[in-house]
Design a protein around this ligand. Structure first.
Ligand code: PLP
Length: 468
């Protein structure tokens, strides 16, 4: 095979000029980007991508937590072409259905935890959470408890970018734009041990963080609270892995006050933590599950909701019409690709491999980064991991936020062909499931050399003064 550079000839400068002239990017300062020019990604294969300058980059983020089976899988492109040739589109509004959507609903139910027998399809994770917001309120209406409306979510959660998704999320920089959150949503503190756990063991802190839910329910009145929503492990918030005591206690509290439990598994679903759904790794049984990203390995937009029997039985037996849905709900091409993606996960045993082999190896290698002078704490769960950059390893003192040390490190990583994301001064990673041990070694080598370069850079700026 030719190198990707030979096969895709691109004039980078002219693409960048067109990009800044016409294309408003997600979560980006368009004006600032225009001065430096966007990086043009032209090709992917396995765990690597290439830019228009021919540079090979190790994609430690699986795109945006989604390209789980790796780039360049012909099985997936063939599934899309085959379905497009037969039936590229039909809707599911008018008492109609299509084969890929039916088969995918069955395939998802087959890998879901017990008690999940129904699926609602959307085009994205945000739409999945919007669907849950409406579905849960409809559930309580049908049950004759219409006053149970309020959702409780968490600060620093990410639940998408639509009005409802951004409102459920706990990102203050999103709330600031457009008067969010919408009414009927309350937030509690996240279970982030490093920041909030001082003086407690991790297990004690998990119980304490869960108790904030009980306090909020009592403050609002249990008769007003419809549901609690959380990510098993917070992704965009910086890979915040809760103590193992947290989720079972959350479940106990939800049951006690008759509050539905929603697991936003847009990242954790379909294997990332080494079980098909993250709730299975973290030990709880939700009533509803949001999925997207990994269901299609990002090859095509698809999301949805797994509806547990408690909710499904009420909505289906007593609810009548549910006046909600999207043009692309159950899109046959998207569903055909997702079906093949699940078949790949099963054929290649990728989920079990994370649990028993590549996940433990990744965890061991990643957590060993704590010996680096810049790293305070490093934790992994399945194939998700994050580390905290610190000024002083002994006291775990962090750098001043305005220094942007995370972005300094990210710059060194990007410059050296390694994609890792910076969330404040946390560096996070979530590689494709197909990564090998050899590639993990390569990735850790890149991370270490970039951390060394960043350390020298930071020292040169005088930011390490007064530290041990
Ligand atoms: C990405 C993400 C979403 C939003 O999904 P989109 O497909 O971007 O709308 C929701 N929840 C979580 C946990 C996510 O990571």
């Amino acid at each position: 095979m030719n190198s990707p550079r030979d096969s895709i000839a691109v004039d980078t400068k002219s693409v960048q000029a067109l990009d800044s002239a016409h294309y408003i990017h997600a979560f980006t300062d368009t004006k600032a980007l225009a001065t430096q020019g966007a990086r043009v990604i032209v090709k992917g294969e396995g765990i690597y991508i290439w830019d228009s300058e021919g540079k090979k980059i190790l994609d430690g983020m699986s795109g945006l937590w989604c390209v789980n089976v790796g780039y360049g899988r012909k099985e997936l492109s063939r599934a899309a072409v085959a379905q497009m040739d037969v039936l590229p589109y039909y809707n599911s509004f008018f008492n109609t259905t299509n084969l890929p959507a039916v088969n995918l609903a069955k395939a998802i139910v087959d890998v879901a935890p017990d008690g999940f027998n129904h699926v609602f399809f959307t085009g994205s994770g945000s739409e999945g959470n919007d669907t849950i917001f409406r579905m849960v309120r409809r559930f309580w209406d049908v049950k004759g408890q219409p006053q149970k409306k309020t959702f409780i979510a968490r600060h620093n959660a990410y639940h998408g970018s639509t009005v409802c998704g951004a409102s459920l999320g706990g990102m203050s920089y999103m709330h600031e734009q457009g008067d969010l959150p919408i009414p009927g949503i309350a937030h509690i503190q996240q279970p982030y041990y490093f920041e909030h756990g001082q003086g407690l063991s991790e297990d004690e802190f998990g119980l304490k963080a869960a108790s904030w839910l009980e306090e909020k329910i009592l403050e609002l009145g249990a008769d007003k609270v419809a549901a609690f929503i959380g990510e098993p492990v917070q992704g965009a918030g910086g890979v915040i892995i809760p103590p193992r005591t947290y989720w079972p206690e959350i479940q106990r509290i939800c049951a006690k006050y008759d509050v539905l439990l929603v697991s936003d598994e847009v990242i954790c679903g379909f294997g990332r933590l080494g079980t098909w759904f993250g709730c299975q790794t973290l030990g709880y049984q939700p009533d509803l599950i949001t999925f997207a990203k990994g269901v299609s390995s990002g090859y095509i937009p698809l999301g949805g909701v797994l509806v547990g029997d408690r909710v499904a039985n009420v909505l289906i037996e007593q609810g009548g019409d549910f006046n909600h849905g999207f043009t692309y709900s159950g899109h046959p091409v998207a569903c055909a690709v997702a079906l093949e993606n699940i078949a790949i996960l099963q054929r290649e045993n990728l989920v079990e491999r994370i649990r028993t082999d590549i996940g433990p190896y990744f965890k061991q290698q990643f957590e060993a980064l704590t010996d680096h002078p810049l790293v305070g704490v490093a934790n992994a769960c399945g194939l998700m991991a994050g580390l905290v950059l610190v000024k002083n390893k002994a006291t775990l003192e962090m750098f001043a936020a305005d220094k942007g040390v995370g972005m300094v490190c990210r710059g060194h990583l990007f410059g050296n062909g390694m994609i890792m994301r910076a969330v404040g001064d946390r560096l996070i990673i979530a590689p494709p499931f197909v990564i090998t041990r050899g590639q993990i070694d390569e990735m850790m080598g890149l991370i270490r050399s970039c951390l060394d370069a960043a350390h020298a850079d930071i020292k040169g700026r005088g930011w390490l003064q007064h530290s041990a």
